[in-house]
Design a binder for this molecule. Structure first.
Ligand SMILES: [Zn+2]
Length: 289
């Protein structure tokens, strides 16, 4: 959806590959358990660094490594630093007019930016496991959009140039972390109001009966959050467009030659397919949603 924020110079290029970008955008999650060094790119547990660490943590990786051992940083997640690093990679790909890399990096970058805009991706208590709210991660991130996404408005306007992209991605982390309080608190309040058998219900998925948060519970929670999920998703879409656009501008606004479907290399398509299969056959361990 970030594609539609782009200016006419690059919109057609992205648009003609929208399907690839959409598919590829879920790949970072598929890789999480299979690729060393991947998992930490999706989150940052800012609260382990102290109370207002989201305001004070070094915005630049170099600075951060002067204060904390790299192992520590990686253990608690590196999403904002990684987004900035990827922006550099994408700029380079534009400069070299490496069209496949542009597409792949754009999609991956969009994924990490979206992660940074999810409140539960900024805390050690990422699945409510520390507060007796286990399951809240998927509830906020998947169940709510699944039920209500058709009411969301994803028209976010035009992409703008970011003179300090690093500051921007940190703003996302700060915003997400500020939203975390209500994410946890409202769920707790509602849980007290809904008796055990009303909080969950059962639905059929691919012939299997699964336990889900009930529609009533989800509806009440969604109302209490007052548009928060939609707001965060809109921010992610806008920011993704801004990052793509900024990388292109920083690369000197290169012309993108006509690059229509069917020209993606066998290798890239195969890679995409393999990651998909690996995911679908369950070659991954869910330890952190
Ligand atoms: Zn992710």
């Amino acid at each position: 959806m970030a594609v539609f924020t782009l200016p006419p110079e690059i919109l057609p290029f992205y648009k003609s590959h929208i399907q690839f970008i959409t598919e590829e955008a879920v790949n970072p999650d598929r890789r999480r358990y299979a690729v060393e060094g991947e998992a930490e790119r999706h989150y940052i547990d800012v609260d382990v660094y102290g109370d207002s660490a989201h305001f004070t943590l070094p915005r630049y990786w170099q600075k951060a490594t002067e204060i904390y051992p790299e192992d520590t940083l990686k253990a608690y997640g590196i999403v904002p630093w990684h987004v900035y690093r990827m922006k550099g990679w994408l700029t380079k790909a534009f400069r070299e007019r490496n069209l496949e890399q542009i597409l792949k990096l754009s999609a991956d970058l969009g994924h990490y930016i979206a992660d940074a805009n999810v409140p539960l991706h900024t805390t050690e208590n990422y699945n409510g496991q520390l507060t007796g709210q286990r399951g809240i991660h998927g509830f906020w991130e998947s169940r709510l959009p699944e039920l209500f996404v058709t009411d969301y408005n994803f028209f976010v306007g035009k992409a703008v140039y970011l003179s300090k992209p690093q500051e921007e991605i940190w703003k996302a982390v700060v915003g997400s972390h500020e939203a975390l309080d209500s994410v946890l608190l409202f769920e707790k309040q509602l849980t007290d109001r809904f008796k055990g058998d009303k909080k969950y219900s059962f639905e059929e998925r691919n012939g299997i009966t699964v336990k889900v948060y009930s529609r009533e519970f989800a509806q009440s929670y969604h109302e209490m959050l007052y548009g928060q999920v939609e707001r965060q998703m809109r921010k992610a879409i806008k920011m993704t467009g801004d990052f793509w656009y900024t990388a292109w501008v920083d690369a000197g606004q290169p012309d993108l030659p006509d690059f229509k479907g069917g020209e993606l290399s066998e290798e890239l398509l195969l890679q995409l397919q393999e990651e998909k299969v690996r995911w679908e056959t369950g070659e991954h361990v869910i330890e952190r949603e």
